[in-house]
Design a protein. Sequence first.
Length: 398
Amino acid sequence: MSVRRRSGTGLRGVEDVVTRTSGAVAHGLDAVLRMPQPPSSRWHRGGVSARGERIFNVVANLLLLAFAAACAWSLFDARSGAPTDAIATPVATTLTTALTSLTNPATPFLTDAALRAFTPLRGRSGRLRAAIQPEGQPLGTDNLPTGTHLEFAPGDVGDSLARVPAPRGAGVWKMAIKVGSVIRPVTDFSVITLRPFSDKRRGKIGRYLLGNWPTEGGRVRAQGYATPSGFIEVTRENQDTHVSDHFRLRDFLTKGQGEVWPKYLVLDTKLIDKLELVLAELEAMGHSTTGVVVMSGFRAPSYNEAGGNPAGRAALSRHMYGDAADIFLDNDASGGMDDLDGDRRITTRDAAVIEEAVNRVERAHPVLIGGTGIYKATSAHGPFIHIDTRGFRARWVE
């Protein structure tokens, strides 16, 4: 009997525990799931009103602006020099140095700004990749950010021993932007300095034959036909230098004298700029321009007089002054003009498609106005177009 009483007592204890636990759980669920009661007054409402939120935002913004202004003034004052009796705390000094040092991670943003300063040098087309100028003439980058300097090297700008503050002598110079101790190469732009015209002796520079310009010695005086100021010295090593996105130095060399190096070239960047604008117009018209060919660029006077087939060449040809080129599009690598008008024939009408692009460019950029001539196919070549920047409009077909 005693065993049964102990068993009954134990069961009642278990029941009590279960009852209390169930009650606690039910009370907790009721507290969690109970819906909130309406506020007894406006002072017991949660959150803020729309008007109160606007007031809070205005006050917070004013505080943030005041804080930013105070920080900016502190940095400026610390950088510009405090009074001799002022004492800068280590924390302020560390922050100022970190935020204003030229070697901090913000420096790339400054060099990006310096790179954008080269935009005017890239011409109206935005595609020029070289500036051509006499030796010693400063590069036209007056809008470089303060504290930024240019360094030039005849080869790899990474060679610190070769860097100089300005180009010296004729050649193709690579550039780097220097901000403090940080140097960033300008990989897609060159400065080409000219060899003086006075270096030509008896029609030659070294072994390279150029001949004599009609305007030398005042023998012929014609507007727009001034004797060139100098020559680009083209070597085996630099002949592939880009002067724009589509053109290289070698594209404009006079034909002949294949084994004579260095060669010499007269080239006007206005012509290159105009050619790139014409190609951009052709692209907008739906034509590929990857196969553009310069049939004839610079012609030395000696070649213009007697080199190749001189028939049809003018005694005062613009080619001798570096502002004319004969081109055609050969995207299919056939060696001649492409069928640009879609009539499945190669005629002067294909060259007329390029002429229309030239007309559009000259309307948009009158400073680049010049001559445009369409030439028919012969047994030696297909049709092509002549483009120059002589300064006044001229059109012809031959």
